[in-house]
Write a protein that binds this ligand. Structure first.
Ligand SMILES: [Zn+2]
Length: 288
């Protein structure tokens, strides 16, 4: 799927980001995201920021970070920002503290003692909202989300209407182990780093309304624009995992594929080109 890009909509060229988590090695799914991020940014004369999303302090590993920087270099994907020095979420806990304080001051935050097991995969029903629990060990912090819709014009999917209070209920901001959640970290980062275009896989579409809302509550009146792109699926229709050996960049490299071969294979897998052919990183903008 190729988005129809209109440069006239971007009098100020966008700043987007490539934001991998150092919890595994890069695979073809990341390359798809890199193609959209660099390709669309360059086609709109914009810039790309690299951000290491290591908010998950339990699963993040320095050796995965080193490997993903190395693989990005090998692919030829050079970020305009966030590389020297490397931009990491774990280096700026104060930004998340400040955001939490702001929301707390405005009475949007409450203590939740529920475990993941208590809630399951369902929407959180707000059972702790009116309990006025004290912040204690092994308690999470949640954002009370008021009813209301969020409208998003996705550059690829078109208009989206989402109702965060109905979809997910009150968002977890800090988990029971004291770690910042993806939702809080990503909204704070996008806001602080003036990201104006978020390009990511369509598995994150449902997070968009809640992130727009959280940004608004943190004082960002105008959300970034969004583009959610297709994902490469495994043979069984499942999302590619970091453990998938046949699509790991390191494995493909070891098999003798060039960076252009890998990029071409990823581009073909999501229909950006009719069939795989070598595409150098310097030419990904020509796909859009
Ligand atoms: Zn609870």
């Amino acid at each position: 799927m190729i988005p129809r890009l209109d440069r006239r909509e971007w009098p100020v060229p966008p700043l987007t980001r490539f934001a991998p988590s150092p919890t595994g090695y890069l695979h073809l799914g990341h390359v798809v995201n890199a193609i959209y991020v660099w390709g669309v940014a360059k086609a709109l004369h914009g810039r790309v920021r690299l951000r290491i999303e290591d908010h998950d302090r339990i699963r993040s590993r320095p050796h995965y970070e080193r490997a993903l920087l190395e693989d990005l270099d090998w692919l030829g994907s050079v970020p305009d920002e966030g590389r020297e020095p490397v931009d990491r979420q774990s280096d700026r806990p104060q930004a998340y503290e400040d955001a939490l304080h702001r929301l707390t001051r405005e009475h949007h935050v409450y203590v939740c003692r529920c475990s993941r097991k208590d809630i399951g995969s369902a929407r959180y029903d707000g059972r702790c909202r009116d309990l006025r629990l004290d912040d204690a060990a092994h308690c999470g912090l949640r954002l009370a989300i008021a009813p209301g819709r969020e409208h998003i014009e996705d550059l690829l999917l078109g208009p989206l209407d989402q109702e965060p209070a109905e979809q997910c209920g009150d968002l977890l901001l800090r988990d029971r182990d004291g770690h910042w959640t993806y939702q809080l970290a990503v909204v704070v980062d996008d806001m602080q780093q003036d990201i104006t275009l978020v390009i990511r896989g369509e598995d994150l579409v449902s997070s968009t309304g809640r992130q727009v809302r959280l940004g608004r509550m943190l004082g960002r009146p105008e959300p970034p624009r969004y583009l959610h792109h297709p994902l490469i699926m495994g043979a069984g229709g499942e999302k590619l995992s970091k453990a998938a050996r046949d699509t790991g960049i390191r494995e493909l490299r070891a098999q003798g594929l060039s960076a252009a071969d890998v990029i071409g294979r990823a581009a073909a897998a999501v229909g950006l080109i009719p069939s795989a052919r070598p595409v150098p990183a310097s030419e990904v903008s020509s796909l859009f």
